[in-house]
Design a binder for this molecule. Structure first.
Ligand code: GDP
Ligand code: IMO
Ligand code: MG
Length: 432
């Protein structure tokens, strides 16, 4: 059996959580492969809204196993908060969720380091979510990290070593540390570790491979988006993990040959939170209209999301890097009232036209070349059958499929689980 991957093709917040929830009944297992509580994955059904940060989006459908993989960085305190809220809302989380021993831990001092790094960068700051993501992955790569499995054995002394190292770093950066607050946070951290021990902490690479061998299907859930990937995104304005398809292999211990379908998810327009280039960003009323209609405010930090037209240059690049086999288009309904819709088909850089995403993405140098298509001026939010889609919308998706050379299998026309159109051409496992 193969593992399918679902990941973001833009700068995050494409709607991954919603679609993972919709697809979960077709899979046995849902596994998060990277990122941490910098993610905010929103799900809506039966009139309720949930935001998941570290917990996979498959926990609301019956009978699935959910795994937090070893590529994820886990903040025990935020995890415990999220998990307890889910338990309170009736999810039997301890039954359905298992956590990788090799997942690295976000320590209270990692968050302080995140803040200190950002203030040291001044104007060049990345605009991180402040969740300690960068420093935790830095410790992992520099071989100083602590993993969830370490909490099972002599953890206090390992923790002290990491803490002293971090305090030394903070001191050398001139960052003030309020020791009283830190100690309070450390107490909460240790309590949360005790809470996590109530979950099954597993060798997830062994378990997932055995499940595949036994014929079970896995949906790998990405966080962030391709343009935030540490290797292929708009560096340095990226997150610190591999958000691309290869990240599912390294983050779960699943070999490349076991990857099946790669679902690339994108919005019908584009957004970004935090700093960094964004060639199709709109600073005018149209940008504000997208923000208002799309409720483009961060699920984690509440920050305004920057909004702009869809960027097909960036999307083609993301499709290439990930080997996307099927596309999923979200938030089509946000464009329902527009007279015309623009799509960036190429960049003009120093007078030259390119369709390839360049090494330097500099908003001052890039002039987006737009195609303009007629809008459909139809409320699509209650359409569930593809044959009822307005003609101009059909023309728009045909145009995108042609430009991107990849089929669009699923269309989302609203935040609710039900507001999802699975097209006839979709290649999906059947519902269990
Ligand atoms: P994720 O991080 O990729 O899971 O995406 P987020 O949850 O951060 O952001 C997506 C936002 O769009 C959430 O508020 C969703 O409820 C909402 N959403 C998802 N799909 C649609 C859609 O098709 N239409 C509209 N209007 N909203 C959507
Ligand atoms: P989901 O999974 C959107 C952005 C931050 C910042 C940069 C680095 O919900 O799509 P970090 O805290 O990771 O060091 O911040 O990445 N960022 C996201 N933007 N959606 C996300 O996750 C994000 N996770 C991180 O805003 O620009
Ligand atoms: Mg999000």
């Amino acid at each position: 059996m193969k593992a399918d991957v679902l990941l973001g093709l833009q700068w995050g917040d494409e709607g991954k959580g919603k679609v993972v929830d919709v697809l979960t009944p077709r899979y046995d297992v849902v596994a998060r492969f990277q990122g941490g509580p910098n993610a905010g994955h929103t799900l809506e059904f039966e009139g309720k809204k949930y935001v998941l940060r570290s917990i996979p989006s498959g926990v609301f459908q019956n009978g699935n196993l959910n795994v937090i993989g070893s590529g994820v960085v886990l903040d025990p305190v935020l995890f415990a908060e999220e998990a307890k809220a889910l338990e309170a809302s009736g999810v039997n989380l301890k039954e359905v969720l298992k956590i990788a021993k090799k997942a690295h831990l976000i320590l209270p001092t990692h968050r302080l380091l995140d803040a200190a790094n950002e203030s040291a960068k001044g104007k060049a700051k990345i605009g991180t979510t402040g969740k300690g993501i960068g420093p935790t992955y830095t410790d992992k790569i520099s071989r100083n990290g602590l993993r969830l499995g370490d909490t099972l054995n002599d953890f206090e002394s390992r923790y002290k070593v990491a803490r002293e190292r971090h305090l030394g770093m903070l001191k050398s950066m001139g960052a003030e540390v309020d020791m009283e607050v830190l100690e309070k946070n450390e107490k909460a951290f240790m309590d949360a570790i005790d809470y996590i021990k109530g979950y099954e902490i597993i060798d997830s690479e062994h378990m997932l491979n055995k499940l595949l061998d036994g014929g079970q299907s896995i949906l790998c859930e990405g966080a962030q988006g391709t343009l935030l990937d540490v290797d292929f995104g708009s560096y340095p304005f990226v997150t610190s993990s591999n958000t691309v398809c290869a990240g599912a292999c390294t983050g779960l211990g699943v070999a490349p040959r076991r990857i099946g379908e790669v679902f690339g998810i994108f919005k019908a327009y584009c957004t970004r939170v935090g700093s960094g280039p964004f060639p199709t960003e709109l600073f005018d009323q149209t940008g504000q209209t997208l923000r208002d209609l799309g409720h483009e405010y961060g699920a984690v930090t509440g920050r305004e999301r920057r909004c702009g037209w869809i960027d097909l240059v960036a999307l083609r690049y993301a499709i290439m890097i990930n080997g996307v086999t099927q596309l999923i288009m979200m938030k089509s309904d946000v464009l329902d009232g527009f007279d015309t819709i623009k799509a960036c088909v190429a960049y003009e850089i120093n007078g030259e036209i390119t369709r390839d995403f360049p090494y330097t993405v500099d908003d001052d140098q890039i002039k987006p070349v737009y195609a303009e298509l007629p809008g459909w001026k139809t409320d699509m939010t209650s359409i569930s059958d593809e044959s009822r889609l307005p003609e101009n919308f059909k023309a728009y998706i045909e145009f995108l499929e042609h430009e991107l050379d990849t089929p669009i299998s699923i269309l989302s026309v609203g935040p609710d689980r039900q507001q999802t159109i699975v097209r006839e051409k979709a290649v999906l496992p059947s519902v269990k």
